[in-house]
Design a protein around this ligand. Structure first.
Ligand code: ASP
Length: 305
């Protein structure tokens, strides 16, 4: 068994020709820092849950990524964030959808998992729960980024919603999977969803089994991509099922779902995955995916394309 960690910062049309060296360097630095935040917890013998929460919080606090501080704008010019977390040992899970002004939605998802009798809380009710638990809130100004606002301005008059599919609208849901030194897996995902979304749209990120899944017997998965397709394909749980019922390896299962099934459906995106042995898969069918991974005692590896 090789304990380790993997993170992602979103998938989409991320091609070298669309990047400047400065932007690329900023993303690489951010990925390295967020990976290091989680790796430090791993190294100290922390639980898989603590590792994934720590890394996802760091990603949420970085405005380059579409989660927490960098969350995209809804049609109404607001931020509605989704997040989830799951523990492979117990199959305990927690998630929130459509929450505003909560500084770290992943922290709230974990509170739902550990301190409530529910799995998924939404909107105002989830915010109320966060208040009762004393979780930090931020005002709208904290979540305002000029870059995200101009992305909304481009789409506002239309019904279009946008994933990370143009050079100007590079975004990135975030996620982390980990295998701790005690042999436990965990997964977490956090997102602002899609620019210009409306009607309370929710993607795959807070849906256990679609965007996030962890089971010590099979794998830990965090997805990013066009959420509607990831929900319909039940991506994260499908990979677990292919391993559990069909005996596939992690690599085979990821390949089948990301490169075959999703492609046939037209679902663009990717995922990060780990199995109980510590094998890591960073799989995507888009041009790029912000990603990083590190096994205990090995060097960190980060990549974009
Ligand atoms: N999967 C997310 C959603 O559909 C978006 C993303 O991964 O960038 O809400």
């Amino acid at each position: 068994m090789k304990p380790g960690i993997a993170i992602h910062g979103g998938a989409g049309t991320i091609a070298p020709s669309l990047m400047t060296p400065e932007k690329e360097a900023a993303y690489m630095l951010a990925l390295n820092n967020c990976l290091a935040a989680g790796y430090t917890v791993l190294e100290k013998g922390g639980s898989a849950l603590d590792i994934v929460e720590t890394a996802v919080r760091a990603l949420e606090d970085c405005e380059l990524f579409n989660a927490g501080k960098g969350a995209v704008f809804t049609h109404d010019g607001r931020h509605e964030m989704d997040a989830s977390i799951m523990e492979g040992k117990t199959l305990m899970a927690g998630a929130v959808s459509g929450v505003s002004n909560v500084r770290n939605p992943v922290q709230l998802a974990r509170a739902v998992m550990e301190q409530s009798q529910f799995v998924l809380l939404s909107g105002k009710g989830a915010e109320e729960f966060a208040q009762t638990k004393g979780l930090p809130f931020e005002d709208d100004a904290y979540f305002y980024t000029a870059n995200r606002f101009s992305q909304l301005e481009e789409l506002r008059g239309s019904e279009a919603v946008r994933l990370d599919d143009s050079p100007k609208t590079k975004m990135g849901t975030v996620g982390c999977v980990a295998l701790d030194i005690h042999g436990n897996l965990a997964a977490s995902t956090s997102t602002g969803g899609m620019t210009n979304k409306r009607y309370g749209r929710v993607g795959d990120s807070p849906i256990i089994g679609a965007g996030t899944y962890a089971n010590n017997h099979t794998c830990a998965i965090s997805c990013t991509g066009h959420g509607e397709f990831f929900i319909k394909a039940v991506v994260a749980y499908d990979i677990s099922c292919l391993m559990e019922y069909k005996g596939m390896t992690l690599a085979e299962a990821c390949n089948e779902v990301v490169k075959n099934k999703l492609v046939k459906m037209g679902g663009e995106g990717g995922l990060i995955a780990m199995d109980p042995l510590g094998n890591i898969e960073l799989s995507f069918n888009s041009e790029g995916m912000y990603r990083g991974s590190q096994s205990l005692g090995s060097d960190a590896i980060v990549g974009i394309y």
